[in-house]
Design a protein around this ligand. Sequence first.
Ligand code: HEC
Ligand code: HEC
Length: 358
Amino acid sequence: MKRLCAIALAALLSSCGDGAETPPATGFATLPQEPYRTLAEWRLFRDPVAQTPADHVLPYTVNAPLFSDFTAKFRFVAIPPGRHITYRPDGAWVLPEGAVLVKTFAYPRDARNLALGYQLLETRILVRTRDGFAPHTYVWNAAQTEAVRQVAAPPVNVSWIDEAGATRTNEYIIPNTNQCLTCHGQRGLTDALAMRTDQLDRAGPDGVNQLDAMAARGWFDGALPPAAMRSHFPDVRDEGAPVEARARAYLHANCGHCHNPRDRSMASVTGLNLEVSETRPSNLGVCRRPAMAGSGSGGLDYDLVPGHPERSVMLFRMRTSDPRARMPTVGTNFNDPFGADLVERWILGLTGDTCGTP
Ligand code: HEC
Ligand code: HEC
């Protein structure tokens, strides 16, 4: 069955290469040799400006999002017909060639009233190729009518009204296409980051469990374990969930793509591993002496001192405005107050070795 579909797809691809008159409704048969100039040409959206996806594209959210200067994000995934995701109960899924992942960054005009709409900034796309994912960025124009592909785009001056009613401004950074590797390139080639059970096993924008919705579309290579058997992150903002699990999920999503043991990861040399699978206290920073002394660590002695956020370099680096010390190192102009508060509560609740008295 799988094989038949693959052949059908191949036939579709070749007939399309001969200049078929009406392009098919889905983007797959027209996957370009050269990336499309505009986002609309991908046919991923029924209405790109409203971010309304086409039928073959599924919108999704994640349990632990990456903080990106208070932007809202709209995420989408599409799997070519007849191809399948290799499911993993933990760790990253394997996506089939031709899979398309999409993330749009936007500011709400007024965070107190989302019905007023969004200013769209950029739409990032990752297309699964034979080896890794090919990255593309489409930058929205000021008139908000069209997004055009750009490899290196200048920052965008934006303003929005935040949840407290204050007018905020930002010189929003659009990473260039080479910089995707900084976070997505842990193995030297571009990988997807949140295509995993712990991030996606949750209700989607329409209230339906996202894994079940993907399974209903026939996207997996086999039957899924039933919902009760799947382990996932809590929603990091769910006050009803344990602080420890929320903080570990937050650190995984916001720090783990650099802080993991894989060779090509930006912070592998530090030995500080903030991925959710790490259990050894010293690798999580407990009583670990940071490589950078002095102002880089706020004059503090250890990455993490259980029960003592005020003595923990980890929290200092999440709150400082000193660009030489601030964590994460790339992608943002602002610190994330939500994340720092969550990590503070986690450290406060930890017991055990207090690394000697100060
Ligand atoms: C600062 C680190 C960072 C950089 C730089 C970065 N990303 Fe990501 N990206 C992430 C993280 C973490 C996620 C998963 C969490 C989320 O979606 O909030 C993600 C998710 C995505 C997704 C959704 C699919 C997935 O991987 O889970 C796409 C598409 C994407 N990024 C495209 C890009 C492209 C294209 C670039 C370069 C122009 C880029 N990203 C640069 C950190 C980064
Ligand atoms: C884009 C990659 C990247 C991201 C994301 C990132 N870091 Fe780092 N981090 C580094 C690098 C590189 C170093 C080593 C150089 C230095 O100390 O500045 C480092 C060092 C550290 C250190 C000192 C470790 C030691 O023992 O020397 C701490 C603590 C730290 N980061 C915490 C965090 C936290 C917490 C987050 C998430 C909120 C985070 N980092 C996200 C790249 C990153």
